[in-house]
Design a protein around this ligand. Structure first.
Ligand SMILES: O=P(O)(O)O[C@@H]1[C@@H](OP(=O)(O)O)[C@H](OP(=O)(O)O)[C@H](O)[C@H](OP(=O)(O)O)[C@H]1OP(=O)(O)O
Ligand SMILES: Nc1ncnc2c1ncn2[C@@H]1O[C@H](COP(=O)(O)OP(=O)(O)OP(=O)(O)O)[C@@H](O)[C@H]1O
Length: 533
């Protein structure tokens, strides 16, 4: 029995399973009713729901009518159509799809998440309240709950009722550090339905690779150049985070559960030992080393580091349950065997599909000046153009429209001599580097914005994740022959546009990370090897 009704608020909150979340969004997958009393809804099968969280993270795209904003008034029951679709949808369709082959992108579509007035939810029922005051029950097994509903807060029956019920049903599964910072944004009228990349019968491994390159040295300050050309940004950031964690530990109060991250942002433990430059290397022994390091950091952080997540049949695997990644978990298994089998299963897709190399090329060619070079160009342009404001990087700059993003991508592809969706790797960047040996002489606002947009887009690719789908270890399917490699099994997620307002943060963070790392003696610093330099 199945239905295809695409009113998401007619599904029960328990038909959805919490998958995971980041700083900006939270994701649930459709599992359907747990018993046969109700039909599965085919409109949601194989899909996840991605919802924006509060506090909201600013996005780097503006619509002509500035429709990226939405009503701040909770009681405002405007048409759902009045809220624009989540900007990530148009951005992916019109911009990202020109840079990344479709095979490596999830399908995205907009979905209304407002429930009709008068509809409320209990743990196992949907209650419809007739507008003339008479009540009608629908699809409920728990009539006793019904007569209590008038005592409930008005939110239980307003348009946010479904979102609130979804949040209440799943809040317990969320990490405490994320819960302390916020949850689903109940004011939103729309969410995003996306291909479920962690469901099915196999294993999905999510890697957040981060920065894949050492910077172009041409525009670095004399003070930072020796530091930044030896150690990659991720390894330096890891060092800073490790120091921060150590100093926090020494002042921690007893009540750890109640502690909010002091910076107001989620602080995942650092993935010590992992270097992205290993993962992005063309040498498979280095890629293997990186996967081992990610696995070790996953274990050491008890699954809290955000660079590796593992899912089996749609559910996040805990470190303590790691044997679940095997089809038939052997009773005796050395730790090293699990790690080796894990890396064996990922290596073919990581090394023989173009996704990592594509990410590498995009990141480095979009960040040819480094933030230090970008600041120099910006300051010079501010002086020459009389640009008013505090002169902080990006100050006073509007978010780009989709049209401007489109023109930017035209120029970028043209400059690199690449075709749309070419998916080509970093060899193409060599020309770009020679070209950016000199600081660009920016004359117009349009030219200045070209460099700012390039940096914003590089930041998206530095912060996105890949999801690799493979059979469970030890299953008949797990010995993948090269010929059987299906490159669609590796997908890029979290390709949201970053906001102009982030530029000043990145400048300051760069300074903080590098000066902290610079306090180490030369011989204490890690030498990261960029094979593509
Ligand atoms: O600055 P970074 O490199 O620490 O990246 C931030 C991420 O931290 P990470 O290093 O991956 O632990 C951070 O990840 P977490 O929330 O810590 O998992 C976010 O991805 C953040 O982006 P946004 O605020 O969601 O747009 C990321 O911020 P942006 O740099 O993309 O602004
Ligand atoms: N299409 C998908 N299928 C399955 N799981 C997904 C999908 N998209 C996202 N997820 C899961 O939800 C998590 C949060 O999504 P995403 O990374 O897009 O959020 P974010 O808030 O933008 O992250 P960040 O803080 O890194 O910027 C992901 O880490 C992943 O585990």
């Amino acid at each position: 029995m199945a239905t295809g009704n695409n009113d998401i608020t007619s599904t029960h909150p328990t038909d959805w399973k919490y998958v995971s979340e980041g700083g900006a969004t939270i994701v649930f997958s459709y599992v359907g009713p747990s018993d046969s009393s109700r039909a599965k809804n085919t409109a949601f099968q194989g899909m996840v729901l991605r919802l924006r969280k509060v506090p909201s993270v600013p996005l780097g795209v503006r619509f002509d009518s500035d429709s990226s904003s939405f009503s701040e008034d909770e009681d405002d029951e405007e048409d759902d159509e009045d809220e624009p679709d989540d900007p990530s949808i148009a951005f992916q369709k019109q911009c990202m799809a020109r840079l990344v082959p479709n095979a490596h992108l999830p399908q995205l579509e907009s979905i209304i998440v407002r429930s009709p007035p008068g509809r409320s939810y209990t743990s196992d029922a949907i209650i419809e309240e007739k507008l003339d005051g008479q009540d009608a029950l629908q699809d409920t097994h728990d009539h006793d709950e019904h007569h209590h509903r008038h005592h409930h807060h008005k939110h239980l029956t307003d348009g946010s009722a479904w979102l609130r019920a979804l949040a209440a049903t799943h809040d317990e599964l969320r990490p405490q550090t994320r819960r302390a910072l916020g949850g689903i944004d109940f004011k939103r009228r729309k969410g995003v339905l996306a291909t479920d990349l962690v469901g099915g019968h196999g294993m999905s491994v999510e890697i957040k690779p981060k920065w894949s390159f050492l910077p172009n040295p041409a525009h670095l300050s004399a003070e930072f150049k020796p530091i930044k050309t030896k150690t990659c940004r991720f390894c330096m950031h890891t060092h800073m985070r490790t120091q921060e964690a150590t100093s926090k530990e020494s002042v921690q109060t007893e009540d750890v559960e109640e502690q909010k991250p002091s910076s107001g942002r989620h602080a995942a433990p650092p993935a010590v030992g992992y270097c992205p430059l290993d993962l992005f290397s063309p040498r498979s022994d280095r890629v293997r080393y990186a996967v081992h390091a990610l696995y070790d950091a996953w274990i050491a952080s008890e699954g809290k580091a955000n660079n590796l997540k593992v899912f089996v049949r749609g559910k996040g695997v805990k470190v303590s349950g790691r044997k679940l990644i095997f089809h038939n978990p052997p009773s005796e298994l050395e730790e090293d065997q699990i790690r080796t089998a894990f890396a064996d299963s990922l290596l073919p897709l990581l090394t023989q599909t173009p996704v990592l190399q594509l990410l590498n090329r995009l990141q480095r060619t979009l960040d040819m000046l480094d933030v230090e070079g970008l600041v120099k160009v910006w300051e010079k342009w501010c002086r020459s153009s009389g640009h008013v404001g505090e002169n902080e990087l990006g100050a006073g700059c509007e978010e780009p429209t989709l049209e401007e993003w489109g023109s930017f991508i035209d120029s970028y592809l043209h400059e690199l001599g690449l075709d749309e969706q070419s998916g080509k790797g970093p060899a193409e960047s060599v020309n770009g580097k020679a070209k950016h040996a000199e600081l660009p002489d920016v004359q117009t606002e349009e030219e200045m914005r070209f460099y700012l947009l390039a940096y914003l887009l590089s930041a998206t690719f530095k912060d996105c994740s890949i999801i690799v789908r493979v059979p469970l270890l030890g299953s008949d399917m797990s010995e993948m022959e090269d010929a059987n490699l299906d490159s669609r099994m590796i997908t890029l997620i979290d390709l949201d546009p970053k906001s102009m307002t982030r530029l000043k943060k990145w400048e300051a963070l760069d300074r903080e990370i590098v000066s902290t790392y610079g306090q180490l003696r030369e011989e204490e610093r890690t030498a990261c090897i960029d094979d593509w330099n």
